[in-house]
Design a protein around this ligand. Structure first.
Ligand SMILES: [Zn+2]
Ligand SMILES: [Zn+2]
Length: 137
């Protein structure tokens, strides 16, 4: 039976977006996750296309028949990491946003996709609040 446990981030409207495999299903876990887990990170809700902060304490683990690339090869969906530059100052590290899209999404499609996202009160790693161009809320 092909079921994978994924961690779902829940937006404030209750939509669930699978952002990574749950630890229980991945004994040899992704090496990077240890370093990055405390970092402020954002995800794009699959339903409302808004950007929210990932709250590690409110992730929900559920079985998914679909899996998630690149962790589970052959899945129809893939986790993309998109880096948004800080618009408020030079020399800041970019803001990391996780987006779960069709596995065969091209770079050009990803750019189009990005223009549909909305976000509020995003902060760069140095804590600058972002005042995004129109289209962002
Ligand atoms: Zn949502
Ligand atoms: Zn900044």
């Amino acid at each position: 039976m092909n079921q994978f446990f994924l961690d779902f981030a829940v937006c404030k409207h209750g939509h669930q977006t699978p952002i990574r495999p749950s630890k229980i299903s991945i004994p040899s876990e992704d090496q990077r996750s240890k370093d990055t887990e405390t970092e402020l990170e954002y995800f794009v809700c699959n339903e409302c296309r808004r950007i929210y902060e990932v709250d590690p304490d409110s992730l929900e683990s559920h079985p998914s028949p679909w899996g998630l690339e690149p962790y589970i090869p052959g899945s129809p969906m893939r986790r993309f990491e998109v880096w948004l530059p800080c618009e408020e100052a030079y020399g800041c590290l970019p803001i990391r946003v996780i987006a779960v899209l069709k596995a065969d999404t091209t770079d050009a499609q990803l750019e189009t996709e990005k223009s549909t996202w909305k976000g509020r009160a995003l902060r760069c790693p140095k804590g600058h609040f972002q005042s995004f161009p129109s289209g962002w809320e």
